[in-house]
Structure formats: C-alpha cells, structure tokens
Design a protein around this ligand. Structure first.
Ligand code: TXA
Ligand code: MG
Length: 319
C-alpha cells in the first residue's frame, strides 16, 4: 500500500533504490522511476499496464541537465525551452545513447520536460538521474490530478505518493517535435499553441492516428472513463435518462438533475475548465449513472486540448 506524504528524502530513497514514486507536476501526477535504470523503467510499464511501444517522458530540472540526454537542441527548441520551462511543454529531441531504448520504445528521439512544481523541482535537483514519468494512471484511463486519484488506482503497486496538492494546469503537457524546418504538435496540452506560435511562428498539427506506433500518444481511445461518454456540440446536448451524468462547460442543462451535473467553468474560463476536467470526469464516473454526456468547449486556446481529451474519452459515435 502506498504511503502519501510530502517527505522528499523518503521519495528520494525509493527512487535511488529503483522503486517507483508518484510525483506531482503542474499538469498531472506522474509515475516516476530512474530513467537510466532499465528495471525501474520496466516496472513503470508493468504498473500501468502500458504497452512497450508507448515511450516515456523524462523529467529534469535544468536545460543543462537535459543536454546530457539529448544530442542536439535546435534553435527553436532552445527558444521555447528558455521561455516555457519549467512548464507544461515537452520537447522531442534526438536522444543520446545514455537514455535506455526502453524509455523511448526504440525511437531515436527522447521526450524531455522540466515540470513546474516546486516540490518536484526540488526532488529533481537532488537526484543524479532524470525521472521517467508517464501520467500515474492505468493505461487508457483518465490522468490523475490529485494524490488520492493515484492512490485509488495505483496505490497497491507503488510504495510512495509525493503529495504536492492538486495539479494547477490539470491536463498533460503540450508535446512538440522538430523535423526539417517544421515544428510539429504531437499532443495538444497545457501550453496554448497560440503562445508557442507567437514566439516561433506557425506550427503543424499532427493528425490523430489509431494505432501507428510511430505516433504514440496519439491513440484515438484514451483518457477514458469506465462509463460510456457521449460527446455533443454545445446546444445539441439534451437530457437523457435519469441515470445520466453531464459534463457541462458553463451552465446547467435544463431538465436534468443537477446533482449529476458538473460545470467545468461557470465563468467560461478555459484554464479553470482544464484544471477541473479530469477530476470531474472521475467524479461522474463514480456517480450511480450508466452513461456520461459531455459538451464540447469553445475550440480556441486551451479549449482545443480539452476537446481533444473529450474526443478521445468518448465512445465512437453510433449515429
Ligand atoms: O504532462 C505530462 O506530460 C505528464 C507529466 C507526468 O509530465 N506526462 C505524461 O506522460 O502525460 P504520458 O506518458 O502519459 O504521455 C506522454 C506521451 C505518450 O503518449 C507518448 O506516446 C509520447 O508522450 N511520447 C513520449 N516519447 C515520445 C517520442 N520519442 N516520440 C513521440 N511521442 C512520444
Ligand atoms: Mg498518459
């Protein structure tokens, strides 16, 4: 059973021994292990039931340390890293040999980020290795944004959950890669692509694929609750049976029971909506409802990343 606490020395000790610790970040909780220790990395895949073709992000606390693990940092990547790290941005960069192939699923790029969470930055600064950390949820399920989310699903499998409170941003990092002269968005996330474009110019959105292992992280069905989730355009959502839960953007749905409704942001603030998204999906999943109806949020800024998560959490449309 996992102990939840905020003792850095305990977390550090487990990690040095090659064991796993759940760590807080500004985006979601991560399931962390020594990225340079193949046994630790393997146990991350096992604990999550994650397929080996889906590579991991390594976390560090400075650009200088990142440079130990990547062979090259293109100019655009450096500009972005200087501006947005620590923060919800992951960069795909050519890997050095020191990074085990297991971490990158055999790809020649490694995903790197500096998370913006004081406790975890302090932990990273005390370690002589980077932390490989996927989101701390069973593969395919909703990412955890509170320590108790981790405990509920992985508590039996790990010794320690480092308690850093609720994750501020609430959705995973934005993932960027660099090919030729293009900057490619592999995953929409907590850093608004408008902010990225205003710094380095236009980026290219990678279309979703269902199972192409060259584009991991783009799996179509992901971030899903256990209950079927049906997605609607705003104003197309209508009350269902009495056993329906609702994820609404800013106002209650008329004609449906309010106790089964969650409002992502009554103020129409997309940051607040992102912050609440996964926690509310989990709440709806545990209510005595048979299905969840959700409405899309405005498709701008962080709304694009929120809608991407909702889309992938939803069951394929039957009609
Ligand atoms: O916010 C986040 O990024 C969180 C926190 C814990 O840092 N981490 C996270 O990790 O979301 P994970 O493993 O749940 O998602 C990382 C995604 C995966 O979908 C993986 O396929 C993709 O990043 N990825 C990792 N390395 C890659 C690579 N070399 N090329 C393409 N995609 C990669
Ligand atoms: Mg994940």
């Amino acid at each position: 059973m996992a102990v939840t606490g905020s003792d850095l020395s305990v977390a550090k000790e487990f990690l040095i021994k090659g064991e796993l610790v759940a760590i807080p970040t500004e985006t979601v909780y991560g399931l962390a292990g020594n990225a340079l220790n193949e046994k630790a990395v393997l146990s991350i895949f096992e604990a999550k039931n994650r397929p080996a073709f889906d590579p991991l992000i390594i976390h560090t606390d400075s650009i200088d340390k990142a440079a130990i693990y990547v062979a090259d940092i293109p100019d655009k990547a450096r500009v972005l890293a200087s501006r947005f790290w620590p923060g919800p941005l992951t960069l795909l960069l050519p890997k050095r040999q020191i990074v085990p192939d297991l971490v990158t699923s055999g790809l020649d790029t490694v995903a790197v980020r500096i998370p913006n969470h004081a406790l975890t930055l302090q932990l990273l600064s005390q370690l002589s290795f980077p932390l490989a950390a996927p989101s701390a949820n069973p593969f395919g399920y909703i990412s955890p944004t509170k320590p108790e989310h981790v405990d509920q699903q992985l508590g039996e499998r790990i010794p320690y959950i480092l308690d850093g409170g609720e994750c501020e941003v609430g959705i995973e990092s934005t993932i960027l890669g660099f090919e030729n002269d293009e900057t490619i968005v592999y995953r929409l996330g907590g850093l608004d692509i408008n902010e990225i474009e205003s710094l380095i110019g236009p980026v290219v959105l990678m279309p979703h694929s269902t199972s192409d292992p060259k584009a991991p992280g783009m799996l179509k069905s992901h971030y899903a609750p256990r209950k079927p989730l049906h997605l609607y355009r705003r104003d197309d959502i209508v009350p269902g049976s009495a056993e329906t839960g609702y994820l609404m953007f800013d106002r209650y749905l008329e004609g449906a029971d309010r106790k089964y409704q969650r409002l992502l942001s009554p103020n129409r603030d997309l940051k607040e909506a992102a912050h609440n998204l996964f926690a509310y999906l989990r709440e709806l999943d545990t209510l005595p409802v048979l299905e969840i109806k959700a409405e899309l949020v405005p498709s701008q800024g962080l709304g694009l990343a929120i809608n991407d998560r909702l889309q992938r959490a939803s069951v394929p449309a039957t009609a």
